[in-house]
Design a protein around this ligand. Structure first.
Ligand code: PEP
Ligand code: MG
Length: 583
């Protein structure tokens, strides 16, 4: 039987499974207590919170000691959520004013917080509801003395199946014996998905009824999880098992072949060198970036450091994070993007008012230029960290020359402040901008006179050019980076950077750079730097290293004559040499 869920982490796993019981808590929010018991219940909440903090710290340290930086970071995020004074206050006030028992107060406070996350437009923030529920489940288990399932040691290699596989379970699970995971809830950007990708574990989330279906088959059921397609097969026939094992071997062989490219330069068959860099979220990604032989970091999304916490990181904390990243890359370039937050990605402590059109609103560089406290602090941290290797600074959401100039003057101001403080900093740091607003693309020739480099943000450039909200599932069929308007803008931007000026360059860090179907046309348009998700990097290197630049040029020329995304995609699919299509 075939079930379908969300393809959350790629890979194919086949094997026996372990179905975890869903611990169903009773609903305590309708019970009430007498006034005299309030103090006692508040005491229980406090004791529960401190025990939860101990447990999460223990899981975090365990992950840290095992070198699982991403898992440790997710636990840090949960610790920050747990430490939120507003959350504690909501528990206490539910006891004192609504007369709820400790368990009811916790359930109510957690549900309210989860609802807030779920109402947000941004998928990343919406998925934080899962983390807050994970915390809530832990608190109630502690309060009721319920044991968490022990998945720290798995008896044999198996696929884990549960209603919910939480981020804290992912941080604890026995990775040696974990073949794959399937859960009934969770989505692509949940921490569970992020961790599964990071651990290289195939994952399908949001797979309804998987628990019931597998249970009905009994304990010996063999399951296949295809995290690349979102398909789960539960009652495998012998024939299917043979076919799927062959498919898994084929994918493994292709993966191994890619691994051999790890230490190779990125260069077309006729000798055109390309810089192939990686997109990262934080220092926890350094190992992943080096493991795939990336030539540097083309997009460091620093906003991650500002999320899931109660106040902005100070200069020292930022300096340490940027320095760790820069030193980790050992002299390879690291493009640090300044804070790209606000509007849809709201962060409570920034107190940004709700807006009618958050994507067109007070966000990213617009916010930074209005908030010296945030912007200068970040710029000083970047400038100081930059002396430990090779860093470049990049501004998101630039729409005019005035904005570029204003941002550059802040860099100069930050340098002066550091000079006065007698701190070491990178006097000559390169300053570039993202091209993700159509107005910036159209005046790229003007902007490049005053910017050291461009990195095209195809994700936003597509949404703004086509007037299609990238988060709106109802109109997602209109969101397509292969629209001829986007390709014409790309040509304009790329051609505005003269190849004979060796000091300037143009790259791309949006998802399109990591899409194998886009590689030929981007190469042919003259893009010199591709920054991609580390998971896609070797695939893109394989394609670039297997084709001639002259061929890519002819493909790009042809694409520019086509009138619709449908024609362009069909043409590009067949333009890719057959042996490269599997990548
Ligand atoms: C982009 O817009 O293409 C981009 C890389 O930025 P983000 O996805 O972080 O908005
Ligand atoms: Mg963007």
């Amino acid at each position: 039987m075939h079930l379908k869920g969300t393809a959350a982490a790629p890979g194919l796993a086949i094997g026996p499974c372990l179905v975890l019981d869903d611990i169903q808590h009773q609903d305590f929010t309708h019970q009430t207590i007498s006034d005299e018991l309030a103090e006692e219940e508040i005491g229980k909440v406090k004791a529960t919170l401190s025990l939860a903090e101990e447990q999460l710290t223990m899981i975090r340290d365990r992950a840290d000691n095992a070198g699982l930086a991403e898992q440790a970071a997710v636990m840090d995020a949960q610790l920050a959520m747990l430490d939120d004074p507003l959350l504690k206050e909501s528990f206490v006030s539910a006891i004192t004013s609504q007369k709820l028992p400790a368990a009811g107060a916790i359930q109510k406070g957690i549900a309210a917080q989860a609802d807030i996350f779920e109402s947000l437009d941004d998928a990343y923030f919406r998925e934080r509801a899962q983390d807050i529920r994970d915390i809530g489940r832990r608190l109630i288990n502690i309060l009721l003395g319920v044991e968490e399932p022990n998945i720290g040691i798995l008896p044999e290699p198996l696929i884990l199946i549960a209603h919910d596989i939480t981020p804290s379970m992912m941080a604890l699970v026995d990775t040696k014996n974990l073949l794959g995971i399937v859960a009934e809830i969770g989505g692509k950007t949940s921490h569970t998905a992020i961790l599964a990708k990071n651990m290289d574990i195939p994952a399908v989330l949001g797979c309804h009824d998987i628990v019931k279906t597998v249970r009905a088959l009994g304990p010996t059921a063999t399951v296949a999880v295809d995290g690349s397609t979102g398909c789960v097969i539960v009652d495998l026939t012998d024939e299917e098992t043979i076919d799927l094992k062959a498919e898994a071997d084929r994918r493994q062989a292709a993966k191994d072949a890619l691994t051999m490219l790890r230490d190779q330069p990125t260069v077309t068959k006729d000798g055109v060198s390309i810089q192939l860099l990686a997109n990262v979220m934080g220092p926890g990604d350094v190992d992943k970036v080096l493991a795939v032989g990336s030539e540097g970091v083309g997009l460091y999304r620093t906003e991650i450091l500002f999320m899931d916490r109660n106040k902005a990181p100070d200069e020292e904390e930022q300096y340490k994070a940027y320095r760790t990243m820069i030193e980790g890359l050992g002299g390879k370039p690291v493009i640090i993007r300044t804070l790209d937050i606000g509007g849809d990605k709201s962060v409570d402590y920034l107190n940004i008012a709700k807006e009618e059109n958050p994507f067109l609103g007070y966000r990213a560089l617009r916010l930074c230029l209005d908030r010296d406290d945030l912007f200068l602090t970040q710029l000083r941290a970047i400038l100081r960290a930059a002396v430990h290797g090779q860093a470049l600074v990049m501004f998101p959401m630039v729409c005019s020359l005035e904005e570029l100039r204003a941002a550059k003057s802040k860099v100069e101001l930050a340098k002066e402040q550091l000079k006065l403080r007698g701190e070491a900093y990178d006097e000559k740091i390169a300053v570039g901008i993202m091209i993700e607003i159509p107005s910036a693309a159209v005046i790229a020739d003007v902007l490049i006179r005053e910017a050291d480099f461009f990195s095209i943000g195809s994700n936003d450039l597509t949404q703004y050019t086509l007037a299609v909200d990238r988060m709106n599932a109802k109109i997602s069929y209109l969101y397509n980076s292969f629209h001829p308007a986007i390709l014409r803008l790309l040509r304009l931007v790329i051609e505005s950077v003269k190849p004979d000026d060796a000091r300037k360059f143009v790259g791309m860090c949006g998802e399109m750079a990591g899409d194998p179907h886009a590689t030929l046309v981007l190469l042919g348009l003259g893009l010199k730097e591709f920054s991609v998700d580390p998971a896609n990097l070797l695939r893109i290197r394989k394609i670039i290293n297997s084709v001639d630049f002259s061929y890519a040029r002819s493909v790009a020329a042809k694409v520019l004559t086509l009138g619709s995304a449908t024609e362009i995609e069909a043409y590009l699919a067949q333009a890719l040499p057959e042996e490269l299509r599997q990548y």
